[in-house]
Design a protein around this ligand. Structure first.
Ligand code: FES
Ligand code: FES
Length: 183
């Protein structure tokens, strides 16, 4: 607010960013102070991006930026300019869960579910880089994510199961059709 401005309204500068979000090209005006997590949740309605600690500890806000897991609460929206962002909302294919999502479901790798989208996206980065991780690889790959409910063993089992499903190409849709055949 300038000295001779008595309106009481403070106008902050904005910058235009253009990025891909779950395959959709998006342009927006954002203030440089805006976090990517808030931009995705509030401006784009992607509420699967969870905000827990807001200081980089819990991993609930994890999204992929150009294929790498980032904590969107520690990333400014302007830093996402020109990048490809993937959130949990982009994983399902025409209603069929992604093999990682399906594996978390089958292995009961969640209870309250608050941490789950962050774990799923961190798992996607892990399996994209290492399709057959052992427990040590999983511990390292998911070390930035915290779950307060599950005790982690089911999450490990889900990651192994997802790796198997991705290797064999088994999908949720395959299971649906298999069930139809049995009926
Ligand atoms: S909300 Fe981002 S790490 Fe916890
Ligand atoms: S399932 Fe509740 S925090 Fe992980």
């Amino acid at each position: 607010m300038s000295a001779d401005d008595t309106s009481g309204v403070i106008e902050y500068p904005t910058e235009e960013i253009s990025l891909s979000i779950n395959g959709e090209e998006v342009s927006a005006e954002v203030e440089p102070r805006h976090k990517l997590s808030d931009f995705l949740r509030d401006a784009r309605g992607l509420r699967g991006v969870r905000v827990g600690c807001e200081h980089g500890v819990c991993g609930a806000c994890t999204v992929l930026m150009d294929g790498r897991a980032v904590k969107s609460c520690l990333t400014y929206a302007v830093q996402a300019d020109g990048t490809e962002i993937e959130t949990v909302e982009g994983l399902a294919d025409d209603g069929a869960l992604h093999p990682i999502q399906e594996s978390f479901h089958e292995e009961h790798a969640l209870q309250c579910g608050f941490c789950t989208s962050g774990f799923v996206m961190a798992t996607k980065e892990l399996l994209d880089e290492n399709p057959d991780p052992d427990d040590d690889d999983i511990e390292t790959g998911l070390a930035d994510n915290v779950c307060r409910c599950t005790g982690y063993q089911n999450i490990y089992d889900a990651v192994h199961r997802a790796a198997d499903r991705l290797e064999t190409g088994e999908t949720d849709a395959d299971e649906t059709h298999a069930g139809e055949d049995d009926a």
